[in-house]
Design a protein around this ligand. Sequence first.
Ligand code: FAD
Length: 242
Amino acid sequence: MDTAVRIKTKAPVPYTLTAIEPDTHDTKTFRFDLPPDATLDMLPGDFLYVHTTIDGKSIKRAYTPSSLPGSTGFFDLTVKRYESGVVSKYLHEQHIGDSVLMSGPNPGGHWVDGMATRVGFVAGGTGITPMISIIRWILMKQIDAELFLIFANKTETDIIRRHEWEQYLRDYPSFHCHHVLEQPPAGWAQGAGRVTPDVLRRHLPPPGPGTCVFLCGPPPMVDALEGTLRALGYPEETVILP
Ligand SMILES: Cc1cc2nc3c(=O)[nH]c(=O)nc-3n(C[C@H](O)[C@H](O)[C@H](O)COP(=O)(O)OP(=O)(O)OC[C@H]3O[C@@H](n4cnc5c(N)ncnc54)[C@H](O)[C@@H]3O)c2cc1C
């Protein structure tokens, strides 16, 4: 039985940074300490706010823990650094031992066990972060569901946690993954350009009972693909946004 104390706060509280793992050229995973026998009170896909003060102004941004709900001792945030981004740059400037203020977790577009048996994921860039936790959860808990990931990026070097997707392709016959690159390298055998209706038709489970689709990415991509998914016959309530 899970006896860990479940943490959820409205006010920001400090968490100590204990490890930093580089992923891509602009993305790192930051590991934060949890008190002994404590865990975040969240479902896979829920998010925390990171709070900071820049030039005397309090600001916060949402980040989805990529670690599994129920993890004790630590939790991870996978964060892309934007050159002109206030909070992502602040996080990338932190060092091991520093404290970062966070509140939450808050409910996002999350997975609930039993909600579907065929699960599509359409991610653009850091839109993959809620899906990391959801995909890990379904695979690690051996939940009876087939998973279909479409992951769109600019270049091959932007693919977050690529080794993890490749490992899942080797280890789990129920996991499928199709990459789409705006600027593919020579000889690239997967998708090129944008995520089109044809890509969705070929690489997602068809709409119907037991199917849901998580969609997360830059707002223009989400706006466009939400409409496309509706036109392809996925009912609104089966398309889950962050
Ligand atoms: C529910 C939710 C969960 C999220 N989880 C994560 C996560 O786990 N990891 C993560 O890295 N991000 C995540 N984000 C995005 C994150 O909250 C910030 O928006 C992002 O880090 C940029 O914040 P910033 O303060 O650095 O940039 P800002 O100062 O807000 O923006 C500066 C510039 O950065 C660029 N920019 C900002 N955000 C984006 C974007 N999403 N796509 C393209 N360009 C952008 C724009 O050019 C913008 O003008 C999540 C967002 C939401 C809503």
